[in-house]
Write a protein that binds this ligand. Structure first.
Ligand code: ATP
Ligand code: MG
Length: 422
């Protein structure tokens, strides 16, 4: 019989990988907490219209990447391709947005029907951060500083650069759009096929094109910066000043437009050159119009999402995962001879109780070559237990330094406490 396999582009994260995930997730959690953000958890499935109305009908995601199906009631549902729309839906539904300020973060799987490759999967994971009800560039700066703090914590500041742009108000962008379309129409024949199509449906996306000929045309195209409304220009200047003052470097990239419809004013991306074509590890911006677009009262908002798989690839590529993060247990406990396995299980219980936080793995299989087997686990410390003549237990503790201590059961807990700093 053929064996059933996982779905293409949807990966198992195996036990040798999960410690790295947990390390990254714990670091992210620490950083978002330091900025006063609260976690929100949304369902993975939403009504299809939520994404159609928010992300935009003529975006890659809605046009060709969504996992959409009818449920048994004939209602069209979609596996969430991103979290912002879900977060706005949840915030609105529970009355958390109007006339309030909120700071949320979320994490979890997202689904997009894309061509699977390194750094691009069909089920992938994002951590997203969204701030509502704050209109000024200070909160834009806060979000960017938060990401910069995360890269510092992870030791990857040198590997990522910040790209920044302002899309301006909706009106300013509309004026720019007209100017861009007029210019591109004059050069229609030089554009690649995708760009020709986008010229009708979503002309700003042409700025994203990687095609050589199109890029040449774009060099002389009108530039978004020249069309900014005064408020957007002011906010953008202030944002840049705050980043300068905080020592966060950035490149202003007038071609940065982001693929989703709902952005306005500040947009940004953190990119790396270490991961080939999938170089964007974190992306976001302001989306003041989205809450209203989804039926709520006007509410300003700004946020970003980062791709966990890409961050993990980056950590691994740069060798930035601390060895300690890979360790899933501290102590390996084994019987040296038959007849005392149940004593060992009980001793492990006593040690767990006596040394809070100590991670003990008990050997429950055959005892042949037990010392070698125990070492092969990579444990930091090993205790091999034997029975003394008077019926008590005796153990030898090996640590990674190869020193051997003879131990009585009672002082063992004390030693371990010192050893693992608990
Ligand atoms: P890209 O241009 O790489 O397709 P995107 O603009 O579609 O990215 P966003 O919707 O902004 O991506 O999502 C935010 C982040 O989520 C991305 O910067 C990336 O790190 C990650 N991401 C997006 N799509 C995928 C995917 N299919 N697989 C893995 N990570 C992804
Ligand atoms: Mg994409």
């Amino acid at each position: 019989m053929t064996k059933i396999k996982a779905i293409r582009g949807m990966n198992d994260i195996l036990p040798d990988q999960t410690p790295v995930w947990q390390y990254l997730e714990a670091t992210i959690k620490r950083v978002v907490s330091a900025y006063g953000y609260s976690e929100i958890r949304m369902p993975i499935v939403e009504q299809t219209d939520l994404f159609k109305r928010s992300i935009g009908e003529v975006t890659d995601i809605v046009e060709k990447e969504m996992y959409t199906f009818d449920d048994r009631n004939g209602e069209s549902l979609t596996l969430r391709p991103e979290g912002t729309a879900c977060c706005v839906r949840a915030g609105e539904e529970h009355g958390l947005l109007y006339n309030q300020t909120q700071r949320f973060w979320y994490q979890g799987p997202m689904f997009r029907y894309e061509k699977p490759q390194k750094g691009r999967y069909r089920q992938f994971h994002q951590v997203g951060v969204e701030a509502f009800g704050m209109a000024g560039p200070d909160v834009d700066a806060e979000l960017i500083l938060l990401t910069a703090a995360l890269w510092r914590e992870l030791g990857m500041s040198d590997a990522v650069t910040l790209q920044l742009n302002s899309l301006g108000s909706n009106q300013a962008r509309a004026e720019y759009r007209d100017a861009l379309v007029a210019y591109l129409k004059e050069h229609f024949d030089q554009l690649d096929e995708d760009s020709q199509r986008r010229l009708e449906s979503n002309p700003l996306r042409v700025l994203d094109s990687k095609n050589e000929a199109t890029r040449v045309v774009l060099e002389k195209a009108p530039i978004l910066t020249d069309y900014l409304d005064e408020e957007s220009a002011n906010d953008f200047r202030q944002l840049c000043e705050m980043l300068d003052a905080a020592g966060v470097h950035y490149e202003v990239n007038p071609y940065l437009v982001r693929g989703l419809d709902y952005y306005c004013k500040t947009v940004f991306e953190w990119v790396t050159e270490e991961l080939g074509a999938q170089g964007t590890v974190c992306a976001g911006g302001r989306y003041d119009g989205l809450v209203q677009q989804l039926g709520g009262k006007p509410t300003t908002a700004v946020g970003f999402a980062m791709g966990i798989e890409r961050l993990i690839l980056l950590l691994e590529t740069l060798g930035l995962v601390p060895e300690s993060a890979r360790q899933t247990f501290d102590l390996y406990l084994a019987a040296e001879h038959k007849g005392i396995q149940s004593d060992v299980v009980l001793l492990a219980e006593q040690l767990r109780a006596a040394v809070p936080g100590l991670r003990v793995r008990v050997h429950c299989a055959g005892l042949k070559n037990i010392a070698t087997k125990a070492r092969q686990t990579g444990a930091q410390a090993i205790v091999l237990v034997k029975k003394t003549e008077d019926g008590g237990l005796k153990g030898s503790l090996w640590c990674h330094d190869e020193t051997e201590y003879d131990l009585q059961p009672e002082p063992l807990a004390e030693r371990l406490r010192m050893l693992f700093d608990n």
